[in-house]
Design a protein around this ligand. Sequence first.
Ligand SMILES: Nc1nc2c(ncn2[C@@H]2O[C@H](COP(=O)(O)OP(=O)(O)OP(=O)(O)O)[C@@H](O)[C@H]2O)c(=O)[nH]1
Ligand SMILES: [Mg+2]
Length: 454
Amino acid sequence: MLDSLTEKLSKTLKNLTGQGRISEKNISETLKEIREALIDADVALSVVKHLLNDIKKRALGHEVLRSLSPGETLIKIIHDELILVMGEKNEVLNLAAQPPAVILMAGLQGSGKTTTAAKLAHFLQETEHKKVLLASTDVYRPAAIEQLQILATQINASFHPCDPKDSPLKIARSALVSAQEKGFDVLIVDTAGRLHIDKEMMTEIQDLHKALNPIETLFVVDSMTGQDAAKTAQAFNEALALTGVILSKMDGDARGGAALSVRYLTGKPVKFIGNGEKIEALTPFYPERLVSRILGRGDIVSLVESIQRNVDQEKSAKLAKKIQSGRGFSLDDFKGQLLEMKKMGGLAELADKLPGMPNLPQNIKNKMMDDKVLTRFEAMINSMTKKERNFPDLINGSRKRRITQGSGTSIQDLNQLLKQFTGMQKMAKKLGKPGGMSKMMRQLGGKLPQGLLG
Ligand SMILES: Nc1nc2c(ncn2[C@@H]2O[C@H](COP(=O)(O)OP(=O)(O)OP(=O)(O)O)[C@@H](O)[C@H]2O)c(=O)[nH]1
Ligand SMILES: [Mg+2]
C-alpha cells in the first residue's frame, strides 16, 4: 500500500539533502516532483494545490535551523503538512449518548459497510467492553441480512432479527426499541449500498437518520477508489450529516489519495481504516502513522525523527553552552535564557528534556510551570541599567526600589531573581569544569540545584 508514493517522495527528498539552502529556485523542482507524486497517488487536485501552497509558504519563510540541511527542513515541513491535511490526531468514536449510542453506516454498494459494521462491533466489544447490538436494514440485496447475522455470530455480538419484507424504517425503529429495552450500549445499523444521486434511496437513509438520531453517521468508502472516495464522501455529506469516514480496503493497492483527501474535502475526520477481510482488521486512524508510512519506514522517517530531536538538542545545546561558559554570565544572559525557556514551553518542559533529569514531583513542576515568574523576571531585568545587569552586586537598597517600582514588582520578587541568578552563576561555574555536567547530574539525584527554583 502507498508504495509508489513512498518511493517517489523518498527519491525526491533524498536529492534535496545535498543543497545549501532553501530558495525559490531549488525548491521549485522538488515541489513539482512532490506534486507529481501526490497526483499519481490520486490525491484530489484541490488538496494537492493546498498542500503545495502551504509547503512552499512554510519552506520559503522558514528559518532553516542551523543543524538541519534544507532538505531535512523540507522533509519536516512536508511531514507536518501531510499530517495537518489529514486532521492531525486520531478522532475517536463519539459514544456519549443516552444508551444506546446509535451508529449508522452509509456508503456505496460493496464499499464494505456490512463487514465494517461487524468489525466495529468487535472493536467496541474488545477494546471498550461495550454491549453491542447489530441490525441490518438492507432488504434489497438477497442474503444481505444473513451476511450480517453470520458475522454477528462469529464475534458473539447480538443480532436484531428482522423480516426482509418489512421496510428499512420499520426494522430500524424496532431495533432501536429492542436496544433500549435490552440495555445495549451501542446499536450499529447497517444499510443497503446506495448512490448519492439515487434520490429515493437518499431519502430513505435520511428518514433512517431521523428515526434513529445516531450519534455517529459513518461513511464507509473503498480507499482503492482514491480521490473518488473523497468525492463521494463529500456528496453524501451534503445529503446526510456524516460524523466520520471509514476507509476500507487500505490493505489493497490503495495509493493514498483517499486518505489524504477525505478530511480536506469533507471536513470530516477519517476515524478508522479497514485493512483486511478479517474481523480484526479495523484500526483507529492515526494521521501521523500514515504519514510515517508514506514517507517510508526506513531512513526518511528516522531522519525526520532525528530532526525533531536535533531541534530540541540544538536549543538545549545553546543553553548548555551559555551556562557552561560561566565567565561573564550576566543578567542579560539570564534574561536570554528565560526567553528561550519561555519559547520552549516553559521550565517544566525544559526540565523534562534535560538528559538524566528524573521525573520531578508535580509540586515542583507546577512551580516551574508558573511562567508568570519568567515574565516578572524579564520585567525586572528590563528595568535595570546595563551596569547593573553586568554587575548585579551593585544592586543595593535604593537601586532595588527603583527597579521594582519601574517593573511593577516587589522587593521580594527581585530578591528571588537575584538568588536564582546567583544559583545559576554558581551552577554555570561548576558545569564549566571538565566533567562538571555529569558530576552535577549525579549529585542532583533528582533534586534541582538550590537557587534555580528560589
Ligand atoms: N481486503 C479487504 N476487503 C474488505 C475490507 N472491507 C471489506 N472488504 C471486502 O469487500 C467486500 C464487500 O464488503 P461488504 O461488507 O459486503 O460491503 P457492503 O458495503 O456491505 O456491500 P453492499 O451491502 O452490497 O452494499 C467483501 O468481500 C469484504 O470481505 C477490507 O478492509 N479489506
Ligand atoms: Mg452490506
